[in-house]
Ligand binder design. Structure first.
Ligand SMILES: Cc1cc2nc3c(=O)[nH]c(=O)nc-3n(C[C@H](O)[C@H](O)[C@H](O)COP(=O)(O)OP(=O)(O)OC[C@H]3O[C@@H](n4cnc5c(N)ncnc54)[C@H](O)[C@@H]3O)c2cc1C
Length: 372
């Protein structure tokens, strides 16, 4: 990335380019459309959402989604899956893109290079299916890439938390339990949790290692598969993946025309269950901020409003990251609420709910949302 004048002639000029269409990018694109910005939104992968992780949609994100015309994304439940939220958002994008000339959504298209100048952003887009490239110019870019634009020279997020290894997978087996069940291994302190999927069509399993402990990812993934065999969960829908979900964050808010949102600003520990909601709130706020900035009469005022939006998004992440660290710090305490059993020996009778699960969920996350 450089400040030099770009040499390639842009094929398209838009108010806003959105890079990445996870939950944050979708919310940003929908909000940009609602604000009347000419918008190009690109996603490196296809339109099919795959992630089965169970998520809470927090009240701030519910409010942002209501404003975007999605009033009851959880349909009266407190939790849903990332896949369900992404499918609803992507459905809304598809409906919007067919009805507005200045709203383009391109799947299998990645931002391959970036040039940021004082008055615009120029990006090379790569069609992942054909390998062809084209250049676009935008007044602002919303970086909703989950941090992948770091490889193109955007500021790197710094590590702010200990290692925390998690493996998850989804199985098309009917859940034999109600709510969330799990078990804690008193020796390894690992937690194994099971959730019913949306519509109780399947089961999502999580294996969670204590934070800060060095765990061999391969052995961890192997243990996870053994547990699925013991519980006769059958073959997973997608290959299980072990991931170190350590927290990371930008050192400071963006100061240029690129507004980072969601995981591109920082990741919050999965135990807090806030990543998706934060990305949605960020995406909407970034697009409204860009719309307000572009209405300013001077370049200086435009930059000031752009920076204010970035700073506000950054602040949301700061507080989320603090709560994430607190949740991790308290893990040894609340993990004890789950039934104890040696993980290698468990069967379907070993897993159960902690007695105070639902009162605690109500205390921390508030009342169940109402379906409208
Ligand atoms: C194991 C695990 C469990 C989790 N559990 C929860 C949970 O229970 N609750 C919760 O709220 N959150 C959870 N999260 C976090 C949640 O998934 C993220 O916080 C959320 O998806 C962030 O959304 P985003 O839009 O910022 O980025 P992402 O969802 O990462 O989306 C980024 C998108 O950008 C695309 N992209 C990347 N590079 C480019 C490019 N160059 N050009 C174009 N597109 C690009 C990617 O393909 C991707 O679709 C979990 C995460 C993990 C890893």
């Amino acid at each position: 990335m450089s400040e030099d004048a770009p040499v390639d002639r842009p094929a398209q000029t838009v108010d806003l380019l959105v890079a990445g269409l996870g939950p944050g990018g979708c919310a940003a694109a929908l909000a940009a459309r609602a604000e009347g910005l000419s918008t190009l939104a690109v996603e490196a992968r296809g339109p099919q959402a795959t992630r089965g992780q169970l998520v809470l949609v927090r009240s701030g994100a519910q409010a942002a989604l209501r404003r975007l015309g999605l009033p009851d994304i959880t349909e009266g439940r407190r939790t849903t899956t990332i896949r369900h939220v992404e499918n609803r958002l992507r459905g809304a994008l598809a409906a919007a893109s067919s009805s507005a000339a200045v709203f383009d959504v391109h799947w299998n298209t990645s931002v391959a290079s970036l040039t940021v100048t004082t008055d615009h952003v120029q990006a090379t887009l790569c069609d992942e299916t054909t390998g062809s490239t084209r250049v676009v110019r935008a007044r602002h870019l919303i970086d909703a890439s989950g941090g992948r634009l770091e490889a193109l020279g955007r500021p790197a997020r710094l590590r702010t938390g200990p290692s925390h290894l998690v493996t998850t997978a989804e199985y098309p087996v009917p859940p034999w339990f109600e709510g969330i069940v799990g078990v804690r291994d008193p020796h390894s302190a690992e937690l194994y949790l099971l959730f019913p999927t949306w519509g109780r069509q399947g089961v999502i399993a999580y294996l969670d290692a204590p934070a800060g402990r060095v765990v061999d990812p391969q052995a961890f993934a192997q243990r996870f598969e053994t547990l699925a065999e013991r519980l006769a969960l059958g073959p997973p829908q997608y290959a299980p993946w072990a991931v170190d979900v350590f927290q990371r964050a930008l050192a400071r808010p963006s100061t240029d025309r690129v507004l980072a949102i969601g995981d591109a600003v920082g990741t919050v520990d999965v135990l807090l269950g806030a990543g998706l909601s934060t990305a949605i709130e960020d995406g909407a706020e970034a697009a409204y901020g860009v719309a307000a900035a572009q209405q300013q009469p001077s370049a200086q005022q435009e930059l000031t409003l752009t920076q204010q939006a970035s700073a506000s998004i950054f602040k949301r992440h700061r507080s989320g990251a603090l709560r994430g660290r607190l949740m991790l710090g308290l893990r040894p305490l609340w993990a004890r609420a789950w039934p104890a059993a040696a993980l290698p020996d468990i069967n379907r009778n070993s897993v159960g709910p902690p007695p105070l699960l639902w009162p605690a969920v109500r205390l921390v996350f508030g009342r169940r949302p109402q379906a409208s």
